[in-house]
Design a protein around this ligand. Structure first.
Ligand SMILES: [Zn+2]
Length: 161
């Protein structure tokens, strides 16, 4: 979705021309129950032409693909006795066993603060934990560390919040 009616809210080069209140009104139109069904919110900033055409130093698609395949295999193995195949399909029992139990104790205060500050529903809470599980899987980690949880929480934030 666009960040606002004119499309430039948060842009690095052009300023948003929407009147006061229009941005939050626009973002509120996407209802809470719909927001709850989304796993990731990511701000995608403008990319300059020379960044797209210059030498890239990022990982190759093949490297990323291998990591994703390995993470999917971890999930399939862990969930072999359950109807779920991927982390996103886990039910409450699996979330408890595979997300809440492996969450390191040091991450508990962050989880509590995020729930409070972001006003997360139970559904959103489970989504954050499942995304954190996937981030840990991509990092080849059985425990869910604070850094994995922090990244998952970051994907719940939205522009005008
Ligand atoms: Zn605007």
């Amino acid at each position: 979705m666009n960040p606002c009616p004119c499309g430039y809210y948060g842009d690095s080069l052009r300023s948003c021309s929407c009147p006061d209140g229009a941005v939050s009104r626009y973002q509120r139109r996407v209802s809470g129950p719909l927001m709850d069904r989304l796993d990731l919110f990511v701000d995608v900033p403008r990319v300059e032409f020379n960044e797209l055409t210059g030498d890239t130093t990022g990982e190759s698609s093949a490297t990323v693909r291998a990591r994703v395949i390995a993470a999917r295999e971890r999930q399939a193995f862990r969930l072999k006795d359950s109807p779920a195949i991927t982390n996103s399909e886990m039910g409450p029992l699996e979330v408890r066993k595979y997300c809440q139990e492996p969450l390191v104790p040091a991450a508990q205060p962050l989880l509590a603060t995020a729930m409070e500050q972001l006003g997360m529903s139970a559904r959103a809470f489970h989504r954050v934990l499942k995304v954190a599980r996937t981030i840990a899987d991509l990092a080849d980690s059985d425990p869910i560390e604070t850094v994995h949880l922090a990244e998952a929480i970051q994907y719940r934030r939205r522009g005008a919040d």
